[in-house]
Write a protein that binds this ligand. Structure first.
Ligand SMILES: [Mg+2]
Length: 159
């Protein structure tokens, strides 16, 4: 059986950032993972990669504050959407024997790229993009969940 490779988004996927983090980042130290995330990262033994778009300094700081760095084989900080797609392509090349999944909150970003590249996609409906409607099939995830804690069951039932 191929082992799974899980590619995670960060903002609004592992923690709520929409409407939480102030524009001047003065409350960054107070960010908290969604319930169940830490337990999942500890107990799920699939290979995990984090891909989080944005200012590397800030994104890295979030990762450090959350204390999740060591749960990921690799962490990518793409600056743009184009860079993000390239990260996904690089990951697929580096792990050709894995069944790759992407877990994120944004249908126009990681879900769309995951679908395009043949990954299984899981949409977590959280944050400011949770009401976005798919413009076509390229933005429709394979699975949709409302809580992070539902992820384990989805990964279990699909081999
Ligand atoms: Mg996100």
């Amino acid at each position: 059986m191929n082992s799974k490779l899980l590619v995670f988004d960060l903002d609004d996927t592992l923690l709520l950032t929409s409407g939480v983090i102030k524009k001047d980042y003065s409350n960054l130290e107070q960010i908290k993972l969604f319930p169940g995330v830490k337990e999942f990262l500890i107990n799920n033994h699939s290979q995990k990669i984090l891909v989080t778009k944005g200012d590397k300094t800030i994104q890295e700081k979030k990762v450090n504050i959350l204390g999740i760095k060591n749960y990921f084989e690799k962490i990518f900080f793409p600056l743009t959407d184009a860079h993000k797609i390239n990260c996904f392509k690089k990951i697929i090349k580096q792990y050709p024997n894995n069944e790759s999944w992407v877990i994120g909150n944004k249908i126009t970003s990681e879900i769309c790229y995951g679908n395009q590249l043949g990954l299984k996609t899981v949409l977590l409906r959280k944050g400011k993009y949770k009401t976005l409607k798919a413009k076509d099939d390229s933005e429709v995830p394979d699975y949709e969940i409302d809580k992070f804690t539902e992820l384990s069951n989805i990964l279990k039932c699909k081999q």
